[in-house]
Design a protein around this ligand. Structure first.
Ligand SMILES: [Zn+2]
Length: 263
């Protein structure tokens, strides 16, 4: 990925972002914004499941975090970046953009105006956007944790899609998070290691390699400050009746996100 070095772009307290309103944690990116293009390309190349048809990206929102939260992340990244096994990496801390799918109970990001987080405790999506990830909360929906108690992401958008879940019947689209993850020096592992609560000594993360029991790669970090949500991707096609009329559907989506959709 291209290095994202200016954390200002994610900073809720930065004057540039403050214009969006103190309570708005999402900023819709125009379809020709460089970050939109980067995230969409990453999403499309990461869609690798042969039996799942590639969905269309409808919108990309930038996620704003508080200065306090970003400072902790930057501190962690700086610490990892000077590690002898990581210092030579082109991107500081071996930071990567990785996907995570989770449950959404509200209609956040269903159109350009829905940018306020809900307060439903079971809406994991809004919880993560508000306060980032917590190791202890991760995987509570899925008891089996192949590489122990950590925060799971994947370079495969089609794998993260398996975990993306709409709890509201009114949702038209699917959403997933693209996150900045400080991978550092990763331990590549094929065998399960369910006992892990921290990375193996000398490593910062575990990358599950496809092979024995895993079909697609996943990356696990064990520190809350090794990851921050960066973008929210809205994708898929509405199940509504508009589906039968492609032109109407295109107009419908264009209206939702105030942005021209490529035909
Ligand atoms: Zn919500």
């Amino acid at each position: 990925m291209t290095s994202i070095s200016t954390d200002d772009i994610f900073n809720l307290d930065h004057p540039k972002n403050f214009a969006n309103g103190k309570w708005n944690r999402l900023v819709l990116l125009s379809s020709n914004d460089p970050y939109h293009l980067l995230v969409e390309r990453h999403f499309q190349t990461g869609w690798v499941h042969p039996h799942k048809s590639k969905p269309q990206v409808q919108a990309v929102f930038k996620i704003l975090s508080t200065s306090e939260s970003l400072k902790k992340y930057e501190r962690y990244r700086a610490k990892v970046a000077v590690h002898p096994k990581v210092a030579h990496k082109k991107v500081p801390g071996n930071e990567r953009l990785l996907f995570h799918g989770t449950a959404r109970c509200c209609l956040l990001a269903e159109d350009s105006s829905r940018v306020r987080l809900c307060n439903l405790p079971e809406c994991y999506l809004c919880c993560v956007i508000r306060s980032s990830f917590e190791v202890q909360r991760c995987g509570t929906r899925n008891k089996f944790r192949r590489f122990g108690t950590g925060i799971y992401t994947s370079e495969c958008s089609s794998k993260a899609d398996d975990y993306s879940c709409n709890k509201s019947d009114d949702a038209n689209f699917r959403v997933m998070l693209a996150n900045r993850v400080v991978v550092g020096k990763a331990r590549k592992q094929q065998e399960n290691a369910e006992h892990l609560t921290e990375p193996p000594k000398g490593y910062h993360s575990v990358i599950g390699k496809p092979g024995l029991e895993l079909n697609y790669p996943e990356t696990v970090v064990y520190d809350n400050d090794a990851i921050r949500p960066a973008f929210l991707i809205v994708y898929g096609t509405p199940e509504a009746s508009e589906k039968k009329d492609p032109k109407r559907l295109r107009n419908f989506i264009t209206t939702l996100f105030n942005t021209p959709i490529a035909s």
